[in-house]
Design a binder for this molecule. Sequence first.
Ligand code: DX5
Ligand code: ZN
Length: 223
Amino acid sequence: MSIIAPSLLAADFLNIGGEAKRFADCGAKTLHLDIMDGQFVPNMTFGWNLVSDIRPLLPGVTFDVHLMVKDPLVMIDPFCDAGADMITIHAESDSDISECLDAIERRGVRAGISIKPGTPVESVYRWLPWVSLVLVMTVEPGFGGQVLMQSCVDKIPLLRAEAERQGRQSLLISVDGGVNEENCADVAAAGANILVAGSAVFGQQDMTAAFRSLSDKVAPFNN
Ligand code: DX5
Ligand code: ZN
């Protein structure tokens, strides 16, 4: 399965209600929500209040929350209360990873772990039994509109092989950063199940056409 998950990061924040409607109209089923605290990454975005405001506008949509924050542990309950369906923490954050994964699990929310480009893929192998998803960053976290790093895509088959070895066939592998028309098929072919796209979807005039075009390109990998 390979799906496109538009990232709200590239949306027009002066018109967030209209952007939620554009999302609903494009047909996407997963909304990627990039949370940045200005400490873990040199940028700040939005918090659980905005997620809570958008939640009722998009019933049935999977809210995929990506915590690019120094201390994710303190944010897990507020984002669960706001309506997160998946919460992904960073392996490089200051919080205790097992405490975070337990806290997410206790709320009945799916847990994910993410690695930055400079973090070896082997560093998450020990967490595979406790996560539903691994998010492979293909850009340095902090900003949309960057160029995808092929060296990070090369982590995907290694991760997939390790997941198979551990009997975690259902592990979802997500890719985030620089996904576009030119590279999305290769990223899906490498084994990504969720392809996060900000600039290539929300950043486009015709978001529905952009979403459909990307989705058509990754559809052949929906095996
Ligand atoms: C980086 C962000 C971006 C965003 C996608 O911290 O996580 O990767 O989701 O942005 P684009 O698709 O514009 O690279
Ligand atoms: Zn993200």
